[in-house]
Structures are given as C-alpha cells and as structure tokens.
Ligand binder design. Structure first.
Ligand code: ZN
Length: 245
C-alpha cells in the first residue's frame, strides 16, 4: 500500500475517534442538566406536599381557636344558669348551652378530619422525601460516572492529538493538503473504503477502471462524486491468502 494512503487511513481513524469523543464531551452539559431537572421535579413534589401539610395545620389551629371561643361562651352560660330567676330564662339558657355544645362537637369533628388529613399528608411527605433522597443519590452516582467518562475521553483526545502530530510528520505535504482540503468540505470524513465497486461514503458506483485503480492501493485516488480519498480493503479470505502467498 502507498505509505501516504496507509497514513491517511490511520489519520482518518484518529480524527473520527477524536470527533466522536469530543461530541460525547459536548453532550455532557445537557445530560447533567437533565439530571438536575429530575432532582428539581422531586424537590417541587416535596415542597407541594409540605405546603398542603402546613395549610392543613393552619386550618386545624383555626378551628381550635374557634372551639376555645365557644367553650368560653359555654362556661359563661353555665355560670349564668345558676343565677337565672325564672323557668323561661332557665329554658332559654339551656337552649343556648345545647346550641354551643353542638357547635363544639361539629368543630371537634373538623379537627379530627384535619388530623386524619395531616396523617395522610405526613405519609405522603415522607414518601416524597425518600424519593428525593434516592433521586439525589442516583444523580450523584450518574455525575461521578459522567465525570469519569469525561476524564477518560479527555485523555483519549489528548493522546490522539499527540499520535496525530507524529503521524502528520510522516505524511507528504501534498497528501496532507489534500486530506485537509477534503476534510473541510466533507465534515472531517475524508477517507472512504471502496466496497463492491462503490464508494462506501457517498455510495456512488465507481467506473470499473477507476475501481481497478483503487484496488491497487498504490496512489491517492479520489471518489469522482464526493472527492473522498478511496482505498480498498480486500475481503478477509483474500487478505489471508495474500499473506500466506
Ligand atoms: Zn464518494
């Protein structure tokens, strides 16, 4: 194989790997943001249940204050009951007392309802808090994993950069200029395999004579359609036969 062609295939491999690593690194902030959103949603759920619980507590305290007011009134009535002079007054006071006692019972029922509600909400709050805790733990683990992946990709990119520099030094200036020219026009994918008479990147069928030239792998030949530099990889059996010969 032509040495430049061999080097360009390796260069392409390095560039492709580096581009993939860089794309993965570039996607990480949005992955992290998605994790933060999941936690934020759990935090909102906790805050919502807590707000309902506080509302319920407020309601209960309100009814308790009302009960106290009515009970004060009730004990005043009971005192007055001792001092009434007539039977009519006595009956009227009894009626007031019965009404106040009914009011107290109704309010005590409402307090019980509130207490039941608070019990349910308390359990809901506990569940929401433990879901938040689990989500936070999962997020921390995910972030650690992402950090480790990022560190390893950054190392890979740095190493590929060093290998690229060494490789580029061995490529003839014309071949390198061609590579860089096509790289700019084809988003970094410069080298293409010629497979079954086609360019594997743009899929155009190569003229038979053109394909035969490519198969020799002894010069830099571009696809006439996409301009990529073509190479031929013999099928595994043929490669083995060639190596054995
Ligand atoms: Zn092509």
């Amino acid at each position: 194989m032509h040495p430049d062609l061999d080097h360009l295939i390796h260069l392409q491999h390095l560039d492709t790997e580096t581009a993939r690593a860089q794309a993965t690194i570039a996607a990480m902030p949005s992955e992290l943001a998605a994790l933060d959103e999941r936690v934020a949603a759990r935090e909102q759920a906790v805050a919502a249940v807590r707000a309902r619980l506080e509302e319920s507590q407020r309601g209960r305290r309100e009814v308790e204050r009302d009960v106290a007011v009515v009970q004060t009134r009730l004990s005043r009535y009971k005192d007055q009951l001792m001092t009434v002079k007539t039977n009519k007054e006595y009956q009227a006071m009894q009626h007031e007392i019965a009404t106040a006692e009914r009011e107290v019972r109704t309010m005590e029922d409402r307090i019980l309802d509130r207490m039941e509600e608070m019990e349910v909400l308390g359990a809901e709050l506990k569940a929401a808090e433990s879901a938040l805790k689990a989500e936070r733990a999962e997020m921390d683990a995910e972030k650690k994993k992402l950090d480790a992946v990022r560190a390893s990709l950054e190392t890979q990119v740095a190493e590929a950069g060093a290998r690229r520099e060494a490789l580029v030094a061995r490529i003839s200036p014309d071949a390198l200029a061609l590579f860089e020219h096509v790289a700019r026009r084809r988003q970094g994918v410069v080298v293409a395999e010629a497979r079954d008479g086609h360019c594997a990147e743009c899929h155009v069928r190569l003229r038979p004579q053109h394909f035969n030239e490519v198969r020799r792998n002894d010069s830099l030949i571009q696809c006439e359609s996409c301009l990529r530099i073509l190479y031929y990889a013999p099928p595994a059996d043929a490669a083995q036969a060639q190596a054995d010969a």
